[in-house]
Write a protein that binds this ligand. Structure first.
Ligand code: ZN
Length: 280
C-alpha cells in the first residue's frame, strides 16, 4: 500500500461531484484529506459539510478561495474585506486550517499594477485580526503571471514571502506547482520561507501545449519537475498537505470522477507520503 498520509484531493479536480459525493468518494478511495471550495460548501450547507467531513474522518487541507480585492475604490476594498471575513468564518466552521487567498487582478480599466498590489496588501492586513482570532491562516497563493490582469497580481513566491515578512504572524503561502514551476527563484524562496511558512503544496503538471486558462495536466503528464519541488520542500522540513488541484476543462473535468481519482492516487502516491527523517 502506498503512503498517502499527506494526500488531499482538492475538490475542483472532480467538479462533477457535489460536496457529499466528494466526501464519500474520497472515503471510498482511502484519500485522507480534502481541499474544499466555497461554492460546493454553499450548495451543501456549511453545517452539513462540517458534519459529513467529521463523520467521514477526513481532514481539510485548505479552503478555496478568498474574495478578490480587485475593486478600485475604498468602498470596494471594504466590501471585499467584509466578504472575506465571512469566508474565514465559514472556513473555521468546516475545520479548514487556512484560506487560499487568490488576491484579485487589476481593477477594470486600471493600468496601475503597483497601486493594486499595495491595495491588496492593505486588504490582507485588514483580515489579520479576524483570521488569527479564528485560528485560520491567511494563505497567500502566487498565481502564474498570465493571470496577473484578471485573477491575481501576486505572482511569485518571493512576493508572497515578502508580504508574510511585512504583515507578521497569521500569514502563510501556498506553493502550487502549476503557478511556480517556471520561477528561477523558487528553490531559494522555499528555503527562505522554511517549513512553517507553507500552508499547502498544490500539485498537478504543466501541459504542453497549454490550450486555455484551465488546462492543467495530471501529475506526470507535463513538464514540471514535481519531484524536485517536493525535494526542496522536504529540505525545508515542510510536513503539510500534498494536494492535487487540477483545473482541466477539456479533459479531466469531463471524465468520470471515479477514474480521475484512481489515476490521481497512482500518479500522486510518490509525492504524498510522510516526510522522511533526514540524517546529516
Ligand atoms: Zn493552487
Amino acid at each position: 500500500m502506498p503512503d498517502l498520509s499527506r494526500f488531499a484531493l482538492n475538490q475542483i479536480t472532480t467538479p462533477k461531484w457535489s460536496m457529499g459525493e466528494a466526501i464519500e468518494g474520497l472515503r471510498r478511495h482511502g484519500i485522507p484529506g480534502i481541499g474544499v471550495w466555497r461554492r460546493f460548501i454553499d450548495d451543501y450547507g456549511t453545517a452539513a459539510t462540517a458534519r459529513h467531513l467529521k463523520d467521514a474522518g477526513l481532514w481539510v487541507a485548505s479552503y478555496c478561495t478568498g474574495v478578490w480585492f480587485n475593486r478600485a475604490d475604498d468602498a470596494g476594498l471594504q466590501a471585499a474585506i467584509d466578504e472575506n471575513r465571512k469566508v474565514f468564518d465559514q472556513a473555521a466552521e468546516v475545520g479548514a486550517p487556512c484560506v487560499v487567498m487568490v488576491v484579485g487582478g487589476l481593477p477594470e480599466g486600471s493600468k496601475d499594477l503597483a497601486g493594486q498590489r499595495a491595495r491588496v496588501r492593505d486588504g490582507l492586513a485588514a483580515l489579520r485580526e479576524h483570521a488569527t482570532g479564528l485560528g485560520v491562516t491567511i494563505a497567500l497563493e502566487p498565481l502564474h503571471p498570465m493571470y496577473a490582469a484578471e485573477r491575481a497580481c501576486l505572482n511569485t513566491l518571493k512576493q508572497a514571502n515578502d508580504l508574510c515578512d511585512e504583515l507578521g504572524a497569521g500569514y502563510g503561502t501556498v506553493v502550487d506547482v502549476y503557478h511556480c514551476w517556471w520561477d528561477p527563484e523558487l528553490k531559494a524562496e522555499i528555503a527562505r520561507g522554511g517549513a512553517d511558512r507553507v500552508s499547502s503544496f498544490h500539485i498537478c503538471d504543466w501541459r504542453v501545449p497549454t490550450r486555455n486558462m484551465r488546462d492543467r495536466a495530471m501529475v506526470g503528464d507535463g513538464v514540471a519537475d514535481v519531484a524536485a519541488i517536493r525535494s526542496w520542500l522536504d529540505e525545508a522540513g515542510y510536513d503539510g498537505p500534498v494536494e492535487l488541484e487540477l483545473f482541466s476543462e477539456l479533459d479531466w473535468w469531463q471524465r468520470d470522477p471515479e477514474e480521475v481519482v484512481a489515476i490521481a492516487i497512482e500518479r500522486c502516491a510518490p509525492f504524498a507520503g510522510a516526510l522522511e527523517e533526514r540524517t546529516a
